[in-house]
Design a protein around this ligand. Structure first.
Ligand code: UDP
Ligand code: MN
Length: 249
Protein backbone atom coordinates (compact mmCIF):
# COMPACT_ATOMS: atom_id res chain seq x y z
CA UNK A 1 0.00 0.00 0.00
CA UNK A 2 1.21 3.48 -0.85
CA UNK A 3 1.63 5.91 2.06
CA UNK A 4 -1.24 8.41 1.98
CA UNK A 5 -0.53 12.02 1.09
CA UNK A 6 -2.65 14.29 3.29
CA UNK A 7 -2.99 17.59 1.44
CA UNK A 8 -4.04 20.39 3.79
CA UNK A 9 -5.61 23.39 2.08
CA UNK A 10 -6.89 26.50 3.84
CA UNK A 11 -9.49 28.27 1.74
CA UNK A 12 -11.64 31.37 2.03
CA UNK A 13 -14.71 32.66 0.25
CA UNK A 14 -14.10 35.09 -2.62
CA UNK A 15 -15.33 35.42 -6.22
CA UNK A 16 -12.62 33.14 -7.65
CA UNK A 17 -12.68 30.52 -4.88
CA UNK A 18 -14.50 27.95 -6.97
CA UNK A 19 -12.06 28.47 -9.84
CA UNK A 20 -9.07 27.95 -7.54
CA UNK A 21 -10.55 24.85 -5.93
CA UNK A 22 -11.56 23.39 -9.30
CA UNK A 23 -8.01 23.72 -10.61
CA UNK A 24 -6.46 22.32 -7.45
CA UNK A 25 -8.94 19.43 -7.10
CA UNK A 26 -8.31 18.35 -10.68
CA UNK A 27 -4.57 18.35 -10.08
CA UNK A 28 -5.06 16.23 -6.95
CA UNK A 29 -7.23 13.76 -8.92
CA UNK A 30 -4.11 12.76 -10.82
CA UNK A 31 -2.40 11.59 -7.63
CA UNK A 32 -3.07 8.12 -6.18
CA UNK A 33 -3.56 7.50 -2.47
CA UNK A 34 -4.30 11.09 -1.58
CA UNK A 35 -6.62 12.55 1.04
CA UNK A 36 -7.59 16.21 0.75
CA UNK A 37 -8.21 18.08 4.00
CA UNK A 38 -9.92 21.28 2.97
CA UNK A 39 -10.37 23.79 5.78
CA UNK A 40 -12.62 26.76 5.25
CA UNK A 41 -11.91 30.07 6.95
CA UNK A 42 -15.51 30.51 8.05
CA UNK A 43 -17.95 29.95 10.89
CA UNK A 44 -19.73 27.19 8.98
CA UNK A 45 -18.94 24.81 6.14
CA UNK A 46 -20.33 26.31 2.94
CA UNK A 47 -22.58 24.53 0.46
CA UNK A 48 -20.35 25.70 -2.38
CA UNK A 49 -17.34 23.88 -0.99
CA UNK A 50 -19.36 20.85 0.15
CA UNK A 51 -20.77 20.40 -3.38
CA UNK A 52 -17.38 20.84 -5.00
CA UNK A 53 -15.90 18.17 -2.74
CA UNK A 54 -18.68 15.64 -3.37
CA UNK A 55 -18.35 16.11 -7.10
CA UNK A 56 -14.54 16.08 -7.09
CA UNK A 57 -14.15 12.30 -6.84
CA UNK A 58 -11.43 12.77 -4.22
CA UNK A 59 -11.09 11.28 -0.76
CA UNK A 60 -11.56 14.29 1.47
CA UNK A 61 -12.36 15.76 4.85
CA UNK A 62 -14.23 19.05 5.01
CA UNK A 63 -13.44 21.23 8.03
CA UNK A 64 -13.86 24.85 8.98
CA UNK A 65 -12.52 27.30 11.51
CA UNK A 66 -12.76 31.05 11.38
CA UNK A 67 -9.65 33.20 11.69
CA UNK A 68 -10.28 35.53 14.66
CA UNK A 69 -11.44 38.89 13.22
CA UNK A 70 -8.49 40.76 14.82
CA UNK A 71 -6.12 38.51 12.85
CA UNK A 72 -7.87 39.07 9.50
CA UNK A 73 -6.64 41.37 6.77
CA UNK A 74 -8.86 44.40 6.16
CA UNK A 75 -9.81 45.63 2.70
CA UNK A 76 -6.78 47.51 1.37
CA UNK A 77 -4.28 46.03 3.85
CA UNK A 78 -1.10 44.79 2.20
CA UNK A 79 -1.31 40.98 2.25
CA UNK A 80 1.95 40.58 4.18
CA UNK A 81 0.54 42.40 7.22
CA UNK A 82 -0.94 39.25 8.74
CA UNK A 83 -0.38 35.55 8.20
CA UNK A 84 -3.13 33.74 6.30
CA UNK A 85 -4.49 30.24 6.72
CA UNK A 86 -2.80 29.59 10.08
CA UNK A 87 -5.80 28.56 12.17
CA UNK A 88 -6.98 26.40 9.28
CA UNK A 89 -3.70 24.46 8.98
CA UNK A 90 -3.68 23.98 12.75
CA UNK A 91 -7.25 22.67 12.62
CA UNK A 92 -6.13 20.06 10.09
CA UNK A 93 -3.28 19.04 12.42
CA UNK A 94 -5.78 18.69 15.24
CA UNK A 95 -8.01 16.50 13.04
CA UNK A 96 -5.10 14.28 12.02
CA UNK A 97 -4.04 13.78 15.63
CA UNK A 98 -7.57 12.92 16.62
CA UNK A 99 -8.29 10.56 13.73
CA UNK A 100 -5.01 8.86 12.83
CA UNK A 101 -3.13 6.16 14.69
CA UNK A 102 0.56 6.28 15.41
CA UNK A 103 1.09 3.31 13.09
CA UNK A 104 -0.56 5.00 10.09
CA UNK A 105 1.90 5.83 7.35
CA UNK A 106 1.57 9.03 5.44
CA UNK A 107 2.86 12.49 4.77
CA UNK A 108 1.30 15.91 5.28
CA UNK A 109 1.61 18.70 2.71
CA UNK A 110 0.30 22.24 3.18
CA UNK A 111 -1.02 23.27 -0.22
CA UNK A 112 -2.58 26.72 -0.56
CA UNK A 113 -5.50 26.94 -2.97
CA UNK A 114 -3.88 29.39 -5.40
CA UNK A 115 -0.46 27.82 -6.06
CA UNK A 116 0.42 25.77 -9.14
CA UNK A 117 1.42 22.14 -8.54
CA UNK A 118 3.08 19.70 -10.90
CA UNK A 119 1.71 16.20 -10.36
CA UNK A 120 5.34 15.13 -9.88
CA UNK A 121 5.80 17.08 -6.65
CA UNK A 122 3.53 14.60 -4.88
CA UNK A 123 5.64 11.55 -5.70
CA UNK A 124 8.70 13.41 -4.42
CA UNK A 125 7.13 13.75 -0.98
CA UNK A 126 5.38 10.40 -0.61
CA UNK A 127 8.22 8.57 1.16
CA UNK A 128 9.21 11.21 3.71
CA UNK A 129 10.96 10.00 6.86
CA UNK A 130 10.80 13.29 8.76
CA UNK A 131 10.65 16.39 6.55
CA UNK A 132 11.32 16.49 2.82
CA UNK A 133 12.12 19.70 0.93
CA UNK A 134 12.35 21.07 -2.64
CA UNK A 135 12.46 24.47 -4.34
CA UNK A 136 9.42 26.71 -4.83
CA UNK A 137 9.15 28.95 -7.88
CA UNK A 138 8.15 32.62 -7.90
CA UNK A 139 8.57 33.40 -4.23
CA UNK A 140 10.72 35.49 -1.90
CA UNK A 141 11.30 38.08 -4.61
CA UNK A 142 13.21 35.51 -6.65
CA UNK A 143 12.56 33.17 -9.57
CA UNK A 144 12.76 30.50 -6.92
CA UNK A 145 13.83 29.85 -3.35
CA UNK A 146 15.21 26.47 -2.42
CA UNK A 147 17.61 24.36 -0.38
CA UNK A 148 21.28 24.06 -1.40
CA UNK A 149 22.39 20.45 -1.43
CA UNK A 150 25.85 18.93 -1.17
CA UNK A 151 26.44 15.17 -1.10
CA UNK A 152 22.74 14.57 -0.60
CA UNK A 153 22.51 16.89 2.41
CA UNK A 154 20.94 20.32 2.81
CA UNK A 155 23.81 22.67 3.60
CA UNK A 156 22.10 26.04 3.12
CA UNK A 157 19.41 27.88 1.22
CA UNK A 158 19.06 29.96 -1.92
CA UNK A 159 17.11 32.92 -0.57
CA UNK A 160 17.40 36.68 -0.45
CA UNK A 161 14.67 37.70 1.99
CA UNK A 162 15.08 37.44 5.77
CA UNK A 163 17.93 35.03 5.27
CA UNK A 164 18.20 34.56 9.05
CA UNK A 165 14.98 32.55 9.09
CA UNK A 166 15.78 29.08 10.52
CA UNK A 167 13.89 27.42 7.65
CA UNK A 168 13.86 30.09 4.93
CA UNK A 169 11.42 28.56 2.48
CA UNK A 170 7.74 28.66 1.62
CA UNK A 171 4.92 26.47 2.92
CA UNK A 172 4.76 24.78 -0.51
CA UNK A 173 8.39 23.66 -0.27
CA UNK A 174 8.19 20.95 2.35
CA UNK A 175 6.19 17.97 3.60
CA UNK A 176 6.18 16.36 7.05
CA UNK A 177 5.71 12.71 7.84
CA UNK A 178 2.47 11.94 9.63
CA UNK A 179 4.24 9.92 12.31
CA UNK A 180 6.54 12.84 13.16
CA UNK A 181 3.50 15.08 13.65
CA UNK A 182 1.71 12.46 15.71
CA UNK A 183 4.74 11.94 17.94
CA UNK A 184 4.89 15.71 18.65
CA UNK A 185 1.26 16.37 19.58
CA UNK A 186 1.82 19.96 20.76
CA UNK A 187 3.61 21.22 17.67
CA UNK A 188 1.67 23.57 15.39
CA UNK A 189 1.98 26.82 13.45
CA UNK A 190 2.35 29.92 15.63
CA UNK A 191 -0.37 32.45 14.72
CA UNK A 192 1.84 35.17 16.23
CA UNK A 193 4.99 34.22 14.33
CA UNK A 194 6.87 37.17 12.83
CA UNK A 195 6.26 37.67 9.14
CA UNK A 196 8.17 35.01 7.19
CA UNK A 197 8.65 32.79 10.24
CA UNK A 198 5.45 30.72 10.04
CA UNK A 199 7.11 27.71 8.39
CA UNK A 200 9.96 27.91 10.90
CA UNK A 201 7.54 28.09 13.83
CA UNK A 202 6.44 24.54 13.02
CA UNK A 203 9.64 23.01 11.69
CA UNK A 204 12.05 24.19 14.40
CA UNK A 205 10.30 21.83 16.83
CA UNK A 206 10.46 18.86 14.46
CA UNK A 207 13.82 18.72 12.64
CA UNK A 208 17.24 20.24 12.18
CA UNK A 209 18.41 21.58 8.81
CA UNK A 210 20.85 18.70 8.50
CA UNK A 211 18.02 16.19 8.75
CA UNK A 212 15.98 17.69 5.88
CA UNK A 213 15.49 15.23 3.03
CA UNK A 214 16.21 16.93 -0.32
CA UNK A 215 13.89 15.91 -3.16
CA UNK A 216 13.32 16.94 -6.79
CA UNK A 217 16.75 15.80 -7.99
CA UNK A 218 18.67 17.28 -5.06
CA UNK A 219 16.48 20.39 -5.20
CA UNK A 220 17.38 21.24 -8.79
CA UNK A 221 13.86 20.95 -10.23
CA UNK A 222 10.94 23.31 -9.68
CA UNK A 223 7.69 21.39 -9.34
CA UNK A 224 5.55 23.95 -7.51
CA UNK A 225 5.04 27.67 -8.01
CA UNK A 226 3.78 30.27 -5.57
CA UNK A 227 1.45 31.78 -8.15
CA UNK A 228 -1.12 34.32 -7.04
CA UNK A 229 -4.39 35.09 -8.72
CA UNK A 230 -5.29 38.62 -9.73
CA UNK A 231 -8.37 39.88 -7.92
CA UNK A 232 -11.25 39.72 -10.43
CA UNK A 233 -12.74 43.07 -11.38
CA UNK A 234 -16.49 43.00 -10.76
CA UNK A 235 -17.34 46.66 -11.22
CA UNK A 236 -20.31 45.97 -13.50
CA UNK A 237 -21.61 43.34 -11.10
CA UNK A 238 -22.19 45.96 -8.40
CA UNK A 239 -24.23 47.99 -10.85
CA UNK A 240 -26.38 45.01 -11.86
CA UNK A 241 -26.87 44.03 -8.22
CA UNK A 242 -28.27 47.48 -7.47
CA UNK A 243 -30.75 46.88 -10.29
CA UNK A 244 -31.62 43.51 -8.76
CA UNK A 245 -30.24 41.50 -11.69
CA UNK A 246 -26.80 40.37 -10.41
CA UNK A 247 -25.23 37.36 -12.10
CA UNK A 248 -26.54 34.60 -9.87
CA UNK A 249 -25.07 31.22 -10.81
N1 UDP B 1 -6.66 32.12 3.31
C1 UDP B 1 -7.57 31.93 4.34
N2 UDP B 1 -8.13 33.05 4.92
C2 UDP B 1 -7.84 34.34 4.53
C3 UDP B 1 -6.89 34.50 3.49
C4 UDP B 1 -6.31 33.37 2.92
O1 UDP B 1 -7.87 30.81 4.71
O2 UDP B 1 -8.40 35.30 5.08
C5 UDP B 1 -6.06 30.93 2.67
C6 UDP B 1 -5.97 31.03 1.15
O3 UDP B 1 -7.19 30.57 0.56
C7 UDP B 1 -4.75 30.20 0.82
C8 UDP B 1 -3.87 30.39 2.08
O4 UDP B 1 -4.73 30.83 3.12
O5 UDP B 1 -5.04 28.84 0.66
C9 UDP B 1 -2.76 31.41 1.86
O6 UDP B 1 -3.35 32.66 1.51
P1 UDP B 1 -2.84 33.51 0.26
O7 UDP B 1 -2.75 32.64 -0.94
O8 UDP B 1 -3.67 34.75 0.15
O9 UDP B 1 -1.38 33.89 0.79
P2 UDP B 1 -0.08 34.30 -0.03
O10 UDP B 1 -0.12 33.68 -1.38
O11 UDP B 1 -0.13 35.77 -0.10
O12 UDP B 1 1.03 33.78 0.81
MN1 MN C 1 -1.19 32.29 -2.25
Amino acid sequence: RLPVIYVVTPTHARPHQRAELTRLSQTLLLVPSLHWILVEDSTTRSQLVADLLVQSGLHYTHLNVQTPPVMKLKEGDPNWLKPRGVEQRNEALRWLRENKLSGDTGVVYFADDDNTYSVHVFEEMRYTKKVSVWPVGLVGGLRFEGPLVEKGQVVGFHTAWKTHRPFPFDMAGFAVSLSLLLSHPQVQFDPNAERGFLESSLLEHLVSVGELEPRASNCTKILVWHTRTEKPKLKQEEMLEKQGRGSDL
